[in-house]
Design a protein around this ligand. Structure first.
Ligand code: HEC
Length: 177
């Protein structure tokens, strides 16, 4: 017979929860101990002219994908000229900016057509200002807004995943001539 309230199961779940909580607390403490709060990316600007930058690539993340909740939709990646040079030669200079333009899409009649913008993710390079996050400042603008930033910790939400691309300066995209 299946026991819904198996005490061993409950205690394992609790242990897991406590472990996660402890890790979260440690991460938050580590991040807030410095003079400046890491993730306090006040310096990331809204990239007002990004639609005139170079298009790097696009991707569609469909329902069912592991990252659907955060990245579901069609995204286009753009780079300003400094980011484009960095992508080509592997060295970024201050002022390089990448944009991850996430849009909703309509999938019907075997056609995927982009619709409204869901979010705009930005990575801005400044080796001093953002030295604690590999030189890149991260931020997110909600919907079509040029001012409303997502109220979340960009270090946990962005940097911890971009660390896996550390070998290419935290940038996942590759140069395609
Ligand atoms: C789960 C991992 C993950 C998280 C979390 C994440 N990213 Fe990314 N990001 C990626 C991947 C993978 C790509 C490359 C996508 C592609 O190839 O189309 C990318 C691409 C980008 C790019 C284009 C430059 C590049 O690296 O190719 C920007 C800008 C960006 N992300 C910003 C952000 C911001 C801002 C956040 C936090 C709100 C964030 N990302 C959170 C995985 C992540």
């Amino acid at each position: 017979m299946v026991n819904d309230h198996n005490p061993r199961q409950v205690s394992t779940n609790e242990e897991m929860l406590m472990r996660r909580l402890r890790i979260t607390i440690l991460v938050v403490l580590a991040m807030t101990c410095g003079t400046k709060t890491i993730g306090d990316n006040v310096g990331v600007d809204y990239p007002s002219d990004y639609r005139s930058w170079q298009h790097v690539k696009s991707m569609v993340i469909k329902p069912g994908h592991a990252l659907e909740e955060m990245f579901g939709g069609i995204h286009h990646i753009y780079a300003n000229s400094k980011a484009m040079s960095g992508l080509a030669n592997g060295q970024y200079e201050d002022g390089a900016v990448f944009v991850f333009d996430l849009l909703d899409y309509d999938d019907s009649d075997n056609l995927i057509v982009e619709t409204d913008r869901k979010r705009l993710d930005v990575m801005q390079y400044d080796s001093e200002e953002f030295s604690e996050t590999g030189g890149w400042g991260y931020d997110t603008f909600v919907g079509n807004s040029t001012t409303q930033r997502l109220l979340q910790d960009v270090v946990v939400s962005c940097y911890t995943c971009h660390i896996s691309a550390k070998a290419s300066d935290y940038v996942f995209s590759h140069y395609r001539p």
